[in-house]
Each structure stands twice: as structure tokens, then as C-alpha cells.
Design a protein around this ligand. Sequence first.
Ligand SMILES: NC(=O)c1ccc[n+]([C@@H]2O[C@H](COP(=O)([O-])OP(=O)(O)OC[C@H]3O[C@@H](n4cnc5c(N)ncnc54)[C@H](OP(=O)(O)O)[C@@H]3O)[C@@H](O)[C@H]2O)c1
Length: 212
Amino acid sequence: MKIGIIGAGDVGGTLGKIWRQRNHEVMFGVRNLQSQNVQTLAQMDKSLRFGDINEAVAFGDVILFAIPWTSVEETVHRSGNLSGKIVIDPTNPLTPDLKQLALKDTSVAERIADLAKGAKVVKAFNTIGAKTLNNLIFGSERADLFICGDDTLSKRVVGELATDIGFDVVDVGSLANARMLENLALLWIELALRQQLGPNIAFKLLRRKAEF
Ligand SMILES: NC(=O)c1ccc[n+]([C@@H]2O[C@H](COP(=O)([O-])OP(=O)(O)OC[C@H]3O[C@@H](n4cnc5c(N)ncnc54)[C@H](OP(=O)(O)O)[C@@H]3O)[C@@H](O)[C@H]2O)c1
């Protein structure tokens, strides 16, 4: 798969490195090719590519918006043509104190879908810490990734990219349910930071055959 990653920070850098190790083609779209994040990634893996935002969007069949939620509008405008692309939204619209969501009655994922006409938006990778992505095995369990979106085929593609790096995937339904996933991220942050469980935590949906 050809993946364009906008943003080379914790989430973008971590997923980009892992997907490249799984033999996907990865190009980062960044606003500053000289940044420390870019230099570090380029030294770590010489096969990673870097360009500006619209180059990475043109390169990828799948585009990951690994940027602050406040930058999505600007990024959509700088992306060029996103029509037909699968856009993964891992952002969380957090207030500066990380205690609440700044958006009411909508989600960042729905905003991206409104702004980027023709893009197939999938909410994913927002309910787990960036560093935790490096190892998704917890004892005998794998971490779950909750994803949602309105296009079934796009969810299947994103689900395969998630399975590739070790997740079990749970489809949460339509893109409007991104509001739930953005709230679920708040729970992860509360547990990891304020309840001091640390970043080595992940959500798991338990299932069993019907008993009643
Ligand atoms: N960190 C986590 O554990 C975690 C977990 C789940 C979800 N998320 C969400 O994932 C997103 C990325 O988080 P992160 O931790 O990776 O952030 P980060 O480490 O701060 O990296 C953000 C990246 O976005 C780039 N960026 C910022 N504004 C931009 C703009 N206007 N146009 C283009 N690029 C821009 C930055 O580029 P520069 O280097 O040029 O500043 C940087 O490469 C956030 O929305 C966050 O809520 C984070």
C-alpha cells in the first residue's frame, strides 16, 4: 500500500516506521523538511520518503492526518485533491488541559469529511498512545483498534493496515460514531495520565458466544 503521512511527530513517525517495516511505501508530507522529527526519521530509515503536503497526498492511496486537530482545515486546503483518497483521522479535539473535547455535536473526522469532498474518511488510531503502537501485545491479548467510517471498503483497507501492525480491529459503524471514539480517547488519557496507569494500556472488547 502507498501511504502518505501528514505530520512526522509521535503518531505519524511511529506508524510510518512500522508500516515501512511491514513493506508499505511511506511518504511523509511536512511543512519543514529541516525539522528535528524529519531528520531523526530520515536517519533511522533511509527508505522513508519526505516531501511537502501535497506531494505526500498525491503519492498515497491512504493518507494519515497525524497533525493537531486545529490544523486539519489548513491541511485539507494544502493537500490538493483528496477526492477518492482514504483519509485516516487519528486526531483528538482536546482542550489544552487534556480533560475535555473542544468540539460539541460533531467530531474532527466529520469536519474533515465536510472539508475534503470525495475523500473517504476513517477514524482510527486515536484511542491508544503513540508509543504504545510499537508493541500491541498485552500478555495473551492483542490491543483492539476501534475504527469507524461511512465507506465499507475503506474501513477494510484501514483494518488491514491495523492488523498488519498487530491490532485486533473493531468496526464501530458510521463516521458519526467518531464522536464516541474521540470520547474514548479521553478515557485513555485520564487512565494513563491522571490515574497514573501510564502508557502501557490499551482497550479490549471481550466477546463470547451467546449465552442468553
Ligand atoms: N501522541 C499520542 O499519544 C496520540 C495518540 C492518539 C492520537 N493522537 C493525536 O494524533 C495527532 C498527532 O499527535 P502527535 O502526538 O503525533 O503530535 P506531535 O508529535 O506534536 O506531531 C504533530 C505533527 O504535526 C505537524 N503539524 C502541526 N501543525 C501542522 C500544520 N498546520 N500543517 C502540517 N503539519 C503540521 C508537526 O509538524 P512540525 O514538526 O513542523 O511542527 C508535527 O510533525 C494529534 O491530533 C493527537 O491528538 C496523539
